[in-house]
Each structure stands twice: as C-alpha cells, then as structure tokens.
Write a protein that binds this ligand. Structure first.
Ligand code: ADP
Length: 601
C-alpha cells in the first residue's frame, strides 16, 4: 500500500478569492441605500432651491405685468384733474353733458372700465357710462369708498373693489381736483376716478396653467386664476377688519369665507395646504398696493420631480449591485474553473507521484534484496578467503586429535588409565575449540535480518578479533585492544557489527602486507550519546584522492581476485542502518584510522 498523498494547497490567488459573503453584501446594500437616500435628499434640496428661484422669477414677472396693467391708467385721473372743463364742472360753471362726452371718449380710447368725476361730497357728477341708465354712475354717491377719501385728503387713491353699481370688480384709482391746477394747498373741489378691469389679466393667468393669486392687506384673495379661492380669506378676518370692509363696501354681497389653510416650511422652502391640497409656496409683497402676490406649485409635481432622482439613483444602485454580482459570479466561475483545472493537475501529479513512489519502493525492495545478496556474497567472499585460514586452523587440532587417538590406543594396551584419561580430556578440549571455530563461521555466514537492540559493543569487537586471531598471528601482526572494563551499551546488531569489525581489521591487515611493524589498535571513545570505536593500523594509509572512493562498492586496490571492493561499502551501510556511521579519520601516513560511531543504547 502506498503512502497517501495530500493534494498540494491551491495557489494563493485561487484560494484567497471567496464568494462575496452575505454580510458584506448586506453592508454594501446598506451603503447603497444610504447613498440613494442622500442623493434623494440632495436632489430634493436642489429641487427646492431651483423651484424657489423659478418661483421668484415668475413672481417678478407677474408683478411687472400687474403693475404695468395698472400703471398705464394711473395718468388718466391726473390728466383729467388738470382738465379745464372738469375744473369748471366742479366749480359749477360748466355743463355736465360736455364732460360726460369727454369722459366717455377718454375711457373708450384708454380701454379702462370706467371714468367718473365726483364732487366734494362723493356724488358722481359725470361718468363715462352716463348713457347706460342701469349702470350709470351719474348722481350716485361713492363717498364711502376709501379712494374718494384718500383723494379728498390730497393723495392719489387706489382701491380694489366690486363695483357698487355694476357689480363687476375692478381697481379704482383716484386723483384730487383743485380749483386752480397750480395750487394744491387748498381743499380739493372734487375727485377724478378711473376703474380698471383686471379680469383679462386673471384670465391670462388661468390660461397660463400656473397657480397665482393676489391677496389684499386683509388676506382676501381678490385676483386668482383659481376661481374657487376667489374672495376667500387666507387669514381669519377680525371683526374690525370685517367692519372696515363692510363700510368701504369693498366686496359687496360676498360671504368672505376663510380657506381651510395650513402653512409650514423651513429656510429652504415653504409650503401651504389649502383644502387638504399641499403646495410649494412663494410670496412677494407688493408694498405699493399693500397686496401680496402668491405663487403656488402643487406638491405632487415637486415630488414627481424629486422622485425621478430617487428612481434614477435607486436604479443606479441596483444596477451597481447587479454589476457587482455579475462580476463576482464571473470571477467565481473562473475560480471554480481554475480550481477544477488545478485539482485535475494535482490529481495527475498525485497519480504520477504515486506511480513514482511505487516504482521507488519496488526499486528499494530490489536494492535491499541485492544488498542482502551482496552482504551474503561479501560474507561468502570473506569465507572463501578465510577458508584457508580455517583449514590451517583446523588441520592442527585434527592432526593433534589423530596423534592423541594413537597415543590413547597405546595407553589402552599398556593399561595406563590415568594417562589415557588425560589424553582423552585433551582431545575433548581440542574438539571444543574446533567447534568454536565452526560456530563462528556459521554465525558469520548466516543471512540474518538486522536486529537492532541494546548490546555491549565490546562483544562484536572481541568476537571479530577472535575470528581473526590466527590470521593475525600468522601475519605477525600485533593487535592492541583498548576496551573499557565495563559494558559499553550501544544500539546495534551484534552479528552485523561483528562482520563490520572483521572487515575493518582484515583491511588493515591486508594494507600492512609490506609493513615491518604490523600493529592494529582498537580504541573505545565515549561522547555524549555516541560510542566511537577507532581502528588504527601502521600500514601505508590511504592516498588523499581515494578518500571518497573507498566507500563505493567494488572499489578495490587489491590485486585481482584478492579483493571484491565490497567490504567498506557494506560495512558502512550496515552501520548506517543502526543510525551510526563509518568515517576515515586519518588518510595520511603512517597508517589509516577508521572510526565506527554507534548510538548509545
Ligand atoms: P576490498 O578489501 O575487497 O578491496 P574494501 O571495500 O574493504 O574492499 O576496501 C576498499 C579499498 O580501501 C581497499 O582496496 C584498499 O585500497 C582501501 N583500504 C581499506 N582499508 C584500508 C586500510 N586500513 N589501509 C589502507 N587502505 C585501505
């Protein structure tokens, strides 16, 4: 079974991009809503300020049309007050008939509603409508009108009222008449009045589609394109005001109700609600007349306009979110594609890695097997080399046994029991030694699996020395074993270590063939967590260039057939398996120093 592989992490740029989280979306929507709302507020305030300036402009225009409609008649009473016929009439020196004609002609030419002359009591002496018996002002007294009183006080009078005789509304402008035109110090002898009809102006306003009305000083709407509001008061009328209006018969026969009205607003704009209908309101005071010009815009028009901004900004907000979601969607799609691709790639890589690992495992298995074979071969090679020594070693005891056996036979014939026993004892000693030799060989050649455990490092060293004892003595090599008296526990396999030390000692021995003073010294050194066993010889040592090569398999400098070049490589491998190592400590002459390091057990 192969070791499971984890798919490598996805690249950062893929991993970092996550789906737009709900909370972020919510915050974004809130922000957009806030943005939409502020846009709405800004649009609303700018609409109000636009409307205010439009209303001011329109009011200015209405004011000038109203003033010019009245101003063009203002000169008439004055001109007539200077007229000789009028003065003579009021002085009682002229015939009213001629003045009536003058007034009729002048009224016709000027386009005013009526022209008339009153004496100092308020009685009309002449009028442009003298010919109309039903509505003629002649002989009627209008002394109750404020314009008469103003003119008699020496001022120009102006007054809007519903005609007391005709019942038609109009604006009355009066001018005093003096006995001598140049002298205005005395009391006026009469008053000239012109009545101007403003219904045309009103009609014009109505047709214009705009809501405009004029209210007088008491708050009564007297000019309005909106007929339902006409002669309605925008403020509740006090009893005193009502009394004054009645006395001047200004709005004769009209009820003068108060409109159901409410006002409000801020610095930026003002509104007015009339009969539950709300309007944007702008007013302009016409000081000259003590009137107020009012301009209204239906509130729903204004809201429609503001709402357009609201709709546009909301639509833009929604569009923005949709765009964002679309972009996000696309990004996610791309990321998922990238992820799928990456996962596929990773999967392929994983498979390849798995295959490689399996392959490596197989190769490792083969190698291990081969290595074991090599170890075995090396052992066999060593066995081969040692065979001669073994034969030599065993020959002597065999010969001794043969001699002892012959002696035994003799001793038996001579009945020398005591000597016979001694000789038999010697034979059994010799066979014990022979058995020891064969046992060592058996151990060495056995293809045992590596069994790492806590062992005394002195044992394999001693065993290796023992195995090579005869070889060493044959070669006249001196072996110095410098071992601590107590056990030196290390982690290792006793049989394999034995093989390692045999190899190393054998190598030293081989290297010293031509050396006079042959000496091998084995020293034990202990360090923190490690035990080092040094094998030093007095041979020629190893040439500098060969330091790396000697540990490679099949490297040998020995003559053909005598060395396989496997000893060091196998030994080093074995020690590595025990978490230790073999190193060449000294490569210079005289001699070589190999160091076997083992972990303390
Ligand atoms: P082999 O002994 O079969 O040649 P080894 O792997 O044991 O294979 O040794 C490789 C080579 O290392 C030897 O041929 C020899 O040249 C060199 N060598 C090993 N030990 C020593 C030593 N103590 N002194 C000098 N040379 C050595």
């Amino acid at each position: 079974m192969g070791r499971p592989f984890t798919i490598p992490a996805l690249p950062n740029n893929i991993r970092a991009k996550k789906k737009l989280p709900g909370r972020l979306l919510f915050i974004l929507m809130l922000l957009i809503a806030a943005l939409v709302y502020s846009t709405y507020l800004i649009a609303r305030s700018s609409t109000f300020s636009d409307l205010d300036s439009t209303a001011r402009e329109r009011l200015g225009l209405y004011r000038s049309t109203l003033e010019s409609a009245l101003d063009k008649y203002r000169y008439l009473p004055y001109l007539l007050s200077e007229n000789d016929a009028v003065i003579r009439l009021l002085s009682g020196r002229a015939d009213p008939g001629a003045v009536n004609v003058i007034l009729e002609t002048a009224n016709e030419k000027a386009g005013s509603a009526a022209l008339f002359i009153m004496d100092e009591t308020g009685k009309t002496l002449c009028a442009s409508n003298w010919q109309d018996p039903s509505s003629s002002f002649v002989s009627r007294n209008y002394g109750f009108r404020p314009y008469f009183r103003d003119a008699m006080a020496g001022n120009e009078g102006g007054f809007y009222a519903i005609g007391a005789t005709t019942g038609t509304p109009g604006y009355f402008m009066s001018h005093p008449v003096y006995a001598s035109p140049g002298d205005r110090t005395g009391r006026p002898i009469g008053v000239v009045v012109v009545k101007v009809d403003l219904s045309g102006l009103e009609r014009h306003w109505m047709e214009g589609g705009e809501i405009v009305f004029v209210s007088d000083a008491s708050g009564i709407i007297f000019l309005s394109g909106h007929t339902a509001w006409k002669y309605k008061s925008i403020e509740p009328l006090t009893a005193e005001t009502l009394k004054t209006i009645r006395q001047g018969r200004q709005y004769k026969g009209i009820r003068l109700d108060t409109l159901a009205l409410e006002k409000g607003g801020s610095d930026a704009y003002q509104w007015i609600r009339i009969n539950n209908e709300k309007f944007f309101w702008a007013g302009l005071a016409l000081e000259k007349f003590h009137w107020q010009l009012n301009y209204l815009i239906p509130w729903n028009h204004l809201e429609e306009r503001v709402n357009i901004y609201l709709y546009i900004s909301s639509a833009l907000g929604v569009l923005f979110i949709l765009c964002l979601l679309f972009v996000q969607e696309r990004r996610l799609k791309k990321i998922s594609q990238q992820k799928a691709l990456a996962a596929e790639r990773m999967g392929r890589m994983n498979e390849r890695l798995q295959r490689e690992v399996d392959e490596r495992r197989r190769t490792e298995g083969h190698l291990r097997h081969t290595q074991e074979e090599l170890v075995q071969s090396a052992k066999l090679a060593a066995l081969g080399q040692m065979a001669a020594a073994v034969v030599h070693e065993l020959n002597q005891p065999i010969a001794a046994v043969r001699t002892y056996a012959a002696s035994c036979r003799l001793m038996n014939g001579q009945n020398k029991k005591e000597d016979l026993n001694k000789t038999l004892y010697s034979i059994s000693e010799i066979t014990d030694r022979m058995e020891a030799i064969t046992r060592q060989l058996k151990d060495f050649s056995r293809k045992t699996p590596l069994k790492v455990s806590s062992i005394d490092a002195r044992e394999p060293v001693q065993k290796a020395c023992e195995l090579l004892r005869h070889t060493l003595s044959d070669a006249e090599c001196c072996l110095v074993l410098d071992m601590p008296p107590g056990p030196v526990t290390v982690l290792g396999d006793r049989f394999r270590l034995e093989q390692v030390f045999v190899n190393l000692i054998k190598n030293s021995l081989d290297a010293m063939v031509d050396t006079g003073d042959k000496r091998i010294t084995l020293t034990f050194l202990e360090d923190n967590g490690t035990v080092e066993i040094r094998i030093k010889d007095t041979g020629p040592g190893i040439r500098p260039g060969l330091k790396e090569k000697i540990f490679t398999p099949f490297f040998t400098t020995k003559p053909d057939g005598t060395g396989m070049g496997l000893g060091l490589s196998i030994s080093s491998r074995i020690v590595k398996e025990m978490s230790g190592g073999i190193t060449l400590e000294s490569e210079a002459e005289p001699g070589a120093v190999f160091s076997v390091r083992l972990k303390k057990g």
